[in-house]
Design a binder for this molecule. Structure first.
Ligand code: SAM
Length: 216
């Protein structure tokens, strides 16, 4: 059962307003963020931090992404209801909830077993039901490919070719690429089999691990 309150709904609306001021234009993205109770991903004592525009630790050395980052990546994905979306880096599951609220069919993969098990158990309790996978998302989830959209929520040293291979035609991949501590958000669109790449702004994600990621 989700505990929500007048106060928390108010804080969520304030956050949405702030995201709009920071440049998020897509109303469907803002509406989705307004519908997902971010505070349920926080321990009771830390609930006051839930609607600040900040990343926050979720255990295992990982973070729930900053709301602006979630909104930015989601907006760039140009989600249409029914899109099949692959998320690399399930983490808390918050990003997956936002995508589900937008009507996407979500496949999400997490490398860390503790987070994978925790989130696979928790999200359905909130009524959110993506397809969960455990493993190295730098290799995608080939068994369920192709995907209309792919979102990588950890910083990669390179664009893994497995991900562009698993993108459907007219599909979009959004991925932070660069150093361990700082990356450029890269948007790749597949058009008639050709990849068109666009570089967006700078972000700071935790590292993508695995075969096409960083070594620990
Ligand atoms: N999307 C998450 C959320 O909404 O809470 C935030 C993700 S957190 C910034 C990055 C996540 O990527 C971590 O949970 C980390 O364990 C995971 N990760 C790192 N390398 C990975 C890989 N190769 N495959 C899948 N997940 C990976």
């Amino acid at each position: 059962m989700i505990e929500d309150s007048y106060k928390l709904r108010g804080l969520r609306q304030k956050l949405v307003k702030k995201l709009a001021e920071k440049g998020i234009k897509n109303e469907a993205v803002l509406d989705a963020i307004n519908r997902v109770p971010r505070h349920v991903f926080f321990e009771n004592a830390l609930i006051d931090h839930a609607y600040q525009d900040k990343a926050f630790p979720i255990g295992e050395g990982q973070t729930i992404s900053q709301p602006f980052t979630v909104a930015f990546q989601t907006e760039q994905l140009e989600i249409k209801s029914g899109d099949k979306v692959l998320e690399i880096g399930t983490g808390s599951g918050y990003q997956a909830c936002v995508l589900l609220e937008m009507g996407a069919k979500v496949y999400t993969i997490e490398y860390n077993r503790v987070l994978f098990e925790r989130t696979r158990e928790f999200l359905p309790q909130l009524g959110y039901k993506p397809y969960f996978f455990h493993g190295d998302g730098s290799q995608g989830v080939p068994a369920k490919a192709p995907y209309n959209k792919i979102i990588v929520t950890a910083g990669a040293p390179v664009v893994p070719s497995a991900l562009t291979d698993q993108l459907a035609d007219n599909g979009i991949l959004i991925i932070p690429v660069g150093g361990r501590d700082k990356q450029t958000m890269v948007k790749i669109r597949k058009r008639n089999g050709t990849l068109v790449k666009e570089e967006l702004s700078t972000f700071a994600f935790v590292p993508l691990l695995g075969a096409d990621g960083w070594r620990k």
